[in-house]
Write a protein that binds this ligand. Sequence first.
Ligand SMILES: Cc1cc2nc3c(=O)[nH]c(=O)nc-3n(C[C@H](O)[C@H](O)[C@H](O)COP(=O)(O)O)c2cc1C
Length: 172
Amino acid sequence: MKPRITPTQQEIALSDDDIIVSKTDLTGRITYANRAFMRIANFSERDLMNQQHNIVRHPDMPRGAFKLLWDTLKAEREFFAYVKNMTSEGHYYWVFANITPDRDHNGKVVGYFSVRRKPQKAALQVIAPLYQEMLEVERRAGPASAPDASLRFVQDKLKSLGTTYDRFILGL
Ligand SMILES: Cc1cc2nc3c(=O)[nH]c(=O)nc-3n(C[C@H](O)[C@H](O)[C@H](O)COP(=O)(O)O)c2cc1C
């Protein structure tokens, strides 16, 4: 069970050389966490192992972002995103994440791998307001259709800008 944590307004900033790594099974359950992950999110290895990765989910993240993550991974493609995460105390930390399918020696996808670094401040000035807009779209849509509604909102927006999600994210 995910413990209830109240978000604070305190930011935990990553250093330029911090790299947060985790691995999950096919359902998003954590099977590996590196030291930087434990230190920054302030969880022990025992707290993290076999827990769903939403253990660090921050309520400021729109559900549509995770829908796109899972749609992309199910299509066996890698995914890039700026993610606001929450520590065990409710503090927040932003990362730029790359999530890829983890394959066995036969090429079969057996889980997923995520590597995260400190994001550029300028990118967050674009992403944070976009996520707020997505959350607003989700509130208006209601719980059942929230992820689809906010994802459609972003995809329409990117289309009108003549770009794709990957080009937009990697160009920030
Ligand atoms: C390899 C991998 C890494 C993930 N990393 C994060 C993460 O850092 N933060 C996060 O909120 N969700 C992460 N997720 C997504 C979660 O599994 C989950 O979909 C998300 O937190 C939404 O949770 P919810 O459906 O309970 O709202 C990751 C998933 C995978 C497969």
